[in-house]
Design a protein around this ligand. Structure first.
Ligand code: PEP
Ligand code: MG
Length: 578
């Protein structure tokens, strides 16, 4: 019998397929007891994982020279010692043999125990060593995960299904997408979450916050997902299917209309030239973006590389990916953002292991990178090597003060020197930019502009931090509001100061590609927008309807507005959406 479930649209499009109920648990730890017959194999897996982790560290050690070797080397040596610690390894073996733990569960339990021991130490230095334990065990977990599991093999047959799940982390989504799922329906979540952004980038229709689906649907039910209106129709009727075909036809027609804009410039109605850049996560996105006439890649999120596979990508793997992006961009500038793991993006590679009470306010983005210099250096080296192939800029996420930028630049320069010594042709200059997404960075942007070559505003996070509204929490509803005057005031502040400092400023949060925000952003003086390739044409169309002169004239009043309704009314007084 036909049934309809409603939720919030998180990624547009429609999909027709069979339901598969699941809470993907690929990276959750299996705590079930290990059968006797598997003990020896499990110990062998654990030992193999230790050996791989040791080899990873040794390889990194071999690659470092000069100042970098001194700085990061000490850290690597401490980790290598832990990896060789006979007590740790013997303890784990005993847990598997006697306690019937699985290797990953034993590692987790040991980590928690050891971290607790360090946490209770009086000496602050010793206390902080608990982090090393955490990192080392994460490395072994990651090596363990790289040994293909039977679960992974089972997933391979699941092409053409609609995943129905309570919630989904970006890593899991990336993995499921690569196995051919058609759409995602989640019981909770928000359209501003990283999973939702990823789904949009993968063209995977997605609904979040859909009540009752997990209880009421069965595996194999036929379902029609409507990512535009936020509905799932189970056992669709002939009429629903006709609507689906209509949607397919209309999408094609609208696509053809917008396609005519693909090669044109972006100009406002009164002729002011703007630049549209693409947000991308995979090398494949680049060609699409280029065909849409973008000015470059404004944000290349590197998390995908870390989330799509188990284990950390090596320097060579990362280099190949970044080089392909630069080559694919065909001479257009590419902005590669360094790893922004942490918070909700934790994490296939096992990097973010500590349970943080407030992950969004915790060790994410540059904070994580600076605490794990071995992982960071690997990435910086890969990016620098790729920069020989075309114009490349480096962007650092979650910057909250100028000192972090100075630390990153120091590491980057050391990496460049190191690579040159090893015979790589590294350009003399590289542009290093800061994401402005922490309120402190926005308020104090002048300090940041002294140490950054450019800034990119991350309005997704800036909104959540300014309004203290978790971007992933569907319960907050309209409280997460990028059009709030406080958020727009900060955007204007950053744009003005970057302009005065003669440094490029781009906006790369979701609102940059939202036609409803086009007039507001033009009013605030924004000229560089970065968005998912899918949004480029519709946004070019929307910007072409904006009269920049008239919109700029209402900017002072916009900034004094009491609420978003007043902002909408002011915009409405000088702009008709068309
Ligand atoms: C942002 O915060 O606006 C942003 C572009 O970064 P992300 O969505 O990846 O956090
Ligand atoms: Mg962000």
């Amino acid at each position: 019998m036909r049934r309809v479930f409603s939720g919030n649209p998180a990624s547009p499009g429609m999909a027709l397929g069979k339901v598969r109920l699941e809470r993907p648990a690929r990276f959750s730890i299996d705590n079930s007891p290990l059968p006797d017959s598997e003990v020896d194999t499990e110990i062998a897996r654990l030992e193999r994982a230790f050996a791989v982790a040791r080899e990873d560290m040794a390889e990194l050690r071999r690659k470092l020279h000069g100042a970098l070797a001194r700085e990061v080397g000490e850290f690597i040596d401490a980790h290598a010692l832990l990896l060789d610690d006979p007590e740790l390894i013997e303890g784990l073996r005993a847990m598997i043999r006697k306690g019937h733990y699985r290797a990953a569960a034993a590692l987790n339990a040991q980590r928690d125990r050891l971290v607790a021991v360090f946490d209770n130490m009086d000496d602050p230095y010793l206390r902080s060593r608990g982090e090393d334990v955490d990192h080392v065990i994460a490395r072994v977990q990651s090596a363990l995960a790289r040994q293909a599991s039977s679960e992974e093999k089972k997933l391979a047959t699941r092409v053409g299904e609609i995943l129905v799940t309570e919630s989904i982390a970006p890593g899991e989504l990336a993995h499921m997408a690569s196995h051919g799922i058609l759409a995602v329906v989640a019981g909770s979540g928000s359209p501003y979450s990283h999973s939702a952004i990823l789904a949009r980038s993968l063209h995977l229709p997605m609904l979040v916050n859909v009540e009752g689906v997990l209880e009421d649907l069965r595996d194999g039910d036929l379902a029609l997902v409507d990512g535009v209106h936020g509905e799932v129709v189970v056992h669709p009727t002939a009429q629903d299917l006709a609507q689906y075909r209509n949607w397919q036809r209309e999408t094609l027609r609208e696509g053809q209309r917008l396609a005519q804009l693909a090669r044109s410039e972006t100009r406002t109605r009164d002729g002011h030239k703007l630049r549209l850049f693409a947000n991308a996560e995979r090398p494949e996105d680049i060609e699409r973006a280029r065909n849409l006439g973008v000015a470059g890649i404004g944000l290349y999120r590197t998390e995908f590389l870390f989330l799509a596979q188990s284990g950390l990508p090596s320097e060579d793997e990362q280099f190949a990916a970044y080089r392909d992006v630069v080559l694919g961009a065909g001479g257009l500038p590419v902005t590669i953002r360094t790893l922004d793991l942490g918070a909700d993006k934790a994490d296939a590679a096992g990097l973010v292991m500590a349970k943080e009470p407030n992950p969004a306010l915790g060790v994410r983005g540059v904070r994580l990178s600076l605490r794990q210099p071995d992982v960071f250096v690997t990435q910086l080296r890969a990016v620098l090597r790729a920069s020989c192939y075309g114009p490349l800029r480096i962007l650092v996420p979650m910057i909250s003060n100028a000192a972090e930028m100075i630390d990153v630049r120091r590491l980057l320069e050391a990496c460049a020197r190191d690579l040159r010594t090893a015979g790589h042709e590294i350009p003399d200059q590289f542009e290093l930019g800061a994401m402005v997404e922490v309120p402190a960075a926005a308020i104090n942007v002048r300090a940041l502009l002294h140490v950054a070559d450019f800034v990119a505003i991350g309005s997704n996070d800036l909104t959540q931090y300014v309004l203290a509204a978790d971007r992933n929490n569907d319960q907050l509803g309209k409280l997460y509001e990028p059009a709030h005057p406080a958020v727009l005031g900060l955007l204007a502040h950053v744009i003005v100061h970057a302009r005065r400092a003669h440094k490029p400023v781009c906006l790369c949060g979701e609102i940059a590609g939202d036609p409803a925000f086009a007039p507001v952003l033009v009013a605030l003086g924004l000229e560089d927008f970065s968005m998912l390739p899918d949004r480029i044409l519709a946004q070019r169309d929307a910007l072409a309807r904006c009269d920049r002169k008239a919109l700029r004239a209402v900017a002072p009043r916009l900034l004094r507005a009491r609420d978003s309704d007043e902002i909408a009314a002011l915009i409405g007084s000088v702009h008709a959406p068309g």
